[in-house]
Design a protein around this ligand. Structure first.
Ligand code: GLC
Length: 448
């Protein structure tokens, strides 16, 4: 073991550059080189750190796309991508009538899946408001539902102890000023007052709201939307809220969509993704992700310091498609046994393996084996010394050996002990880092 210690120190001394290069070239989901990305944001302020503390600990949230498009069942963009005349679309508002208790089922499912917050569409691009408003009749209380769907959602989320987020699309295909605001100053002023007014109602009438999740800013820019004034109002109404960056300001966090791209410099980020290929209900979309894929995505997000916001698209009656329920229930079972490796994770540098990925808490490395190879597994180039190893699911100790190049875990069962991913816990003597370039350059070759 002494010789190991000496070698390890040597390795650490010589590997700063190779560790850095690994961070940008490790695999397809690593962050892009800084030069190819937006200007690096400044480090979070003390106020952001305070407001975002719960959110960083939460890691996993449920996104819900629900509106008239849910009734129609052909994706939330159907109104535009099929160029449905407004007169044909509006009748959906009268037919829309979610069954009682729909939101309670969403919140129970989110909680069972291990999610800690929810973000629901209060108004999507179609312009229909799921809440009670004095500013338009095109809203849930005055159309088919005759109820405030946002109120039901807020109450349901709170009943399950989940944080409450509001999605709000700035773009609007229904409002008469929704397009002409780009070219007509009077229309812009009216539309900005309407938009700010709806946001004011949302952040006044439902108690403490945890997240405001803006979406599509077309056709205006931050100046056109008066986004500085918008956010100022938001923080006056809700001093603890966090906001995203889609009203063309930086806000509190970035929103990579359908991909996992880490931010730098402590900037917060959340990757949002669909469970199939649609955000809103599309009855024929059968391209479902598996629970294994969902968990691997969650692992990748938290490994790199981000959150994962996973979408469901309920039907018009509020019911979540059975495939989504099945996948999220499986994810929840896995989280019951493996949640510690997710919720408590710190930034994790190791990432090179062909059948596993990693998360880390302090000096503990979690090896998440998604393709179980059989009786033994190995990690290349781990620079920390492993003190002990066990299976997370049942706490059973596992045998291992370590040389300067390899940690070799042996005597494992032929079949994976957990499904869909088995987590092996490696307690190390320092922060686990990996340097596979060291292995490539130094591991003795044939005859040496
Ligand atoms: C895109 C889509 C929208 C969806 C959103 C979620 O902006 O236009 O339909 O709500 O992504 O991030």
């Amino acid at each position: 073991m002494n010789s190991f210690k000496v070698s390890r120190r040597d390795m650490l001394l010589g590997t700063g550059a190779s560790l850095a290069s690994l961070a940008v070239s490790g695999n397809a989901q690593s962050p892009a080189p800084a030069a190819e990305r937006d200007p690096i944001p400044v480090a979070p302020t003390a106020d952001q750190i305070r407001r975002m503390e719960w959110w960083h600990a939460a890691k996993f949230g449920m996104f819900i796309h629900f509106g008239l498009y849910s009734q129609y069942g052909r994706h939330e963009w159907a109104m535009e991508t099929q160029a449905i005349p407004i007169t044909e679309y509006i009748p959906l508002a009268r037919q829309f009538n979610p069954k009682p208790g729909f939101a309670r089922a969403w919140a129970k499912l989110a909680k069972a899946a291990g999610m800690k917050y929810m973000v629901m569409t209060t108004k999507h691009h179609e312009g229909f408001c799921n809440f009670d408003t004095r500013l338009t009749d095109y809203c849930a209380t005055k159309q088919g539902p005759k109820r405030d769907l946002v109120r039901e959602y807020v109450d349901a989320a709170r009943a399950e102890g989940l944080h409450v987020g509001f999605y709000y699309s700035l773009m609007d295909w229904h409002h008469p000023d929704g397009a002409r605001c780009a070219t007509d100053e009077e229309a812009r002023k009216r539309f900005v007052e309407y938009t700010h007014g709806l946001i004011r109602e949302l952040l006044t009438n439902y108690g403490k709201i945890d997240i405001l999740w803006y979406d599509v800013s077309s056709p205006l820019d931050a100046k056109g939307w008066e986004s500085e004034r918008m956010n100022k109002m938001v923080f006056e109404l809700q001093p603890d809220i966090i906001v995203n960056n889609r009203n063309k300001l930086q806000g509190d966090f970035s929103t990579p969509e359908q991909k996992i791209v880490a931010e730098t410099n402590g900037r917060a980020w959340e990757s949002c993704m669909t469970l199939n290929d649609s955000w809103g209900f599309q009855r024929a979309d059968d391209n479902w992700k598996t629970s294994k894929t969902v968990i691997r995505n969650l692992i990748t997000c938290v490994r790199d310091g981000g959150n994962y916001l996973l979408n469901v698209g309920p039907r018009g009656d509020g019911s979540i498609p059975e495939e989504s329920v099945r996948v999220l229930t499986e994810v929840g079972h896995w989280m019951d046994a493996n949640g510690d490796s997710i919720y408590k994770s710190d930034l994790c540098q190791p990432r090179r393996a062909n059948y596993a990925s990693f998360t880390r808490t302090g000096n503990t490395l979690y090896m998440h084996v998604h393709f179980w190879p059989g009786e033994d597994v190995a990690i290349s180039g781990l620079m920390a010394k492993v003190k002990s190893a066990h299976l997370l699911k049942n706490k059973q100790q596992v045998k291992f050996s370590q040389d300067p190049y390899r940690v070799h875990i042996t005597g494992l069962p032929a079949q994976a002990p957990d499904s869909p991913i088995t987590t092996i816990v490696l307690e190390c003597d320092s922060e686990p880092k990996q340097d596979t370039n060291f292995v490539r350059n130094n591991k003795p070759r044939a005859g040496v």
